[in-house]
Design a protein around this ligand. Structure first.
Ligand SMILES: NC(=O)c1ccc[n+]([C@@H]2O[C@H](COP(=O)([O-])OP(=O)(O)OC[C@H]3O[C@@H](n4cnc5c(N)ncnc54)[C@H](O)[C@@H]3O)[C@@H](O)[C@H]2O)c1
Length: 325
């Protein structure tokens, strides 16, 4: 099979994409791109590819491109790449508005290219196993889930992630979107939502830096999610409890456990010899397989839009929420 020629634009989170493309047998990593020339040059030297500062220049030379750039650049960059016939892997969230997401989905279809959102959490082995167990019904149907996303972001008041216009909202939109996506993947379609956010503790952000949301699903199940960038303990990745009539499935720090009346059992833990550069490999290989086979990504543009619709409904509900007298 011919290797897929790839490039990565934006080399902070994009570093994980570039490392994975460099590791994958299915990819020929051609370019790493960043406005910061030094960053591009040093990574290119390490991964044996070309550095570039102007992302448009690499378009004619590649088949597929990952964007890990500030959120307000997602739609214009992806649109241009799609219209040039390139497959696009977009860091989450897909874009800033319903209209932008819809246009990207339409254009990708019209140009016959793959559009995938980098909801990397879904591609972790422990999360895939959790999904299999939930779907198998072996412990019964989930009725409650609690998710804590506790992290700390160094205050950066001048950055794009401090501003609503460039971030697209607050921490729920930017980081919580992974876990809204995960909860809907595990529990189905939400039918009612509520939420409250605060800037207290993260006053450098225009949007909320701490958020609580509650979701009710078609099945009747409830979920509660806490997301924050202001906590001085950094407990990524998230802690998630999924409760069923017979068990509690616990996701924590890459491990999956089940707690039943008989005790606690480890179902998955990351191998000790795990390659630290392979964190995004499953996700990248899925993207490359979809390109090679023409199949739909697990986290395609529509999945990205649906999770954002849930977040926008939470924000709408929050604006309309009653105050206490
Ligand atoms: N999956 C995750 O857990 C995770 C974690 C962090 C960030 N992200 C996502 O990754 C994306 C980027 O976030 P980040 O934290 O890496 O941001 P960042 O601001 O730290 O890094 C963005 C990089 O893009 C470069 N850049 C900006 N505009 C560019 C342009 N026009 N051409 C080339 N390079 C350009 C910048 O120089 C910078 O190096 C966002 O979508 C964010 O939500 C995902």
């Amino acid at each position: 099979m011919r290797k897929i020629r790839t490039a990565v634009v934006g080399l902070n989170m994009g570093l994980a994409h570039a490392n994975a493309y460099a590791l994958s047998e299915k990819s020929d990593l051609r370019y790493v791109v960043d406005l910061d020339e030094h960053r591009a040059r040093s990574l290119a030297a390490e991964l044996v590819c070309e550095p570039e500062t102007d992302w448009r220049r690499v378009l004619p030379e590649v088949d597929a491109i990952s964007f890990a750039t500030p959120h307000h650049l997602h739609a214009p960059m992806a649109l241009e790449a799609i219209r040039a016939g390139k497959h696009v892997l977009m860091e989450k969230p897909l874009a800033l508005s319903e209209a932008e997401c819809a246009e990207l989905i339409r254009e990708a279809e019209a140009h016959g290219v793959v559009l995938m959102v980098a909801y990397i959490v879904r591609y972790r082995p422990e999360v895939q196993l959790l999904k299999q167990i939930v779907d198998s019904g072996q412990y019964g149907r989930p009725f409650n889930a609690n998710c804590w996303v506790e992290s700390y972001l160094r205050p950066a008041p001048e950055s794009w992630f401090a501003k609503r216009a460039t971030l697209g909202g607050g921490v729920l939109f930017s980081h919580g979107c992974h876990y809204i996506d995960l909860l809907t993947w595990l529990l189905g379609k939400p039918i009612q939502v509520a939420g409250l956010g605060t800037r207290l503790g993260t006053e450098w952000m225009e949007g909320e830096g701490t958020h609580h949301s509650i979701l009710k699903f078609e099945s009747g199940a409830l979920a509660h999610q806490i997301t924050s960038w202001g906590l001085k303990v950094n407990c990524k990745p998230a802690l998630l409890h999924v409760h069923t009539p017979d068990a509690c499935l616990v996701l924590n720090g890459g491990k999956l456990e089940v707690v039943t009346g008989e005790g606690r059992q480890l179902l998955y833990e990351p191998p000790g010899d795990r390659n630290p550069k392979a964190g995004a490999l499953n996700q990248i290989e899925h993207f490359l397989d979809c390109i090679a086979t023409g199949s739909k990504p697990l986290t395609d543009g529509m999945v990205g839009l649906e999770s954002q619709r849930v977040i926008w409904s939470i924000y709408d509900q929050e604006r309309a929420a009653a105050t206490v007298h």
